[in-house]
Design a protein around this ligand. Structure first.
Ligand code: CA
Length: 229
């Protein structure tokens, strides 16, 4: 049994040294695929600020005008309007500018995190080209300690794709790892830019990562693992 334990130890160390997480990453974001509620026809749902879209709270920054909103969309279900506009995953996505097209609209949710552990936020951003969509788009994302309200990270991502007329191109973006400082962490996606007619989001994730925490671990902790076997 001891030899099996040693093998297990070496495997663990191999994972640690290689920087590969020795655990399966779990996406902490609920409803990041925007497939609920299923829309079908008519293909879009306007959610005014001050309401919830499933686990997401829809907000409006004070500097923005009243009446802001976001829209859940499935335009292929509405063939008379943008049938080419497909989601990155599944059939639905979120337009952060809604139908108000004013800066200040946002979505956010709070997740349980382990203080000291590292996490990475990632998502897909869709830029489209049509009379109703301008590109590139810029998405502001924030990672916030829920209890202290400390902003742990602010990221502005601008898409680089050049979609043809009546085309959408989805691009992947991942933020640098952020160390959780409390048991609850809030993520927010904000439309900061007044010139945007659309700001499309899909497949959002927030996952603990072992890669950075390996670098943060002291060599002493690795030697201590050796010395116990
Ligand atoms: Ca989706």
């Amino acid at each position: 049994m001891k030899s099996q334990a040693l093998v297990g130890t070496w495997l663990t160390l191999a994972f640690l040294v290689a920087g590969i997480p020795a655990f399966a990453a779990v996406n902490l974001v609920a409803g990041g695929d925007f497939e609920a509620p299923p829309l079908g026809s008519p293909g879009y749902l306007v959610v005014p600020a001050g309401n919830y879209l499933g686990p997401w709270y829809v907000g409006n920054e004070p500097t923005a005008g009243v009446g802001n909103n976001v829209t859940l969309e499935q335009f292929p279900a509405l063939p008379s309007f943008n049938p080419w506009l497909t989601a990155h995953g599944g059939v639905q996505y979120l337009d952060l500018t809604g139908v108000a097209n004013q800066p200040g609209s946002y979505i956010e949710q709070v997740m349980a995190t382990t203080p000291g552990s590292y996490y990475q936020l990632y998502y897909w951003a869709g830029s489209a080209n049509s009379p109703f969509h301008t590109y590139p788009i810029t998405i502001t994302s924030l990672i916030i300690d829920q209890n202290s309200a400390t902003v742990l990270a602010t990221d502005n991502y601008t898409t680089t794709a050049a979609p043809s007329f009546n085309q959408v191109i989805w691009e992947y973006h991942v933020l640098p790892a952020v160390q959780a400082t409390g048991p609850l962490t809030r993520i927010r996606f904000l439309n900061s830019f007044s010139q945007q007619d659309a700001c499309l989001l899909d497949d959002i994730g927030y996952e603990e990562t072992g890669v950075v925490s390996v670098e943060a671990r002291s060599w002493g902790s690795v030697k201590a693992l050796f010395n116990t076997h």
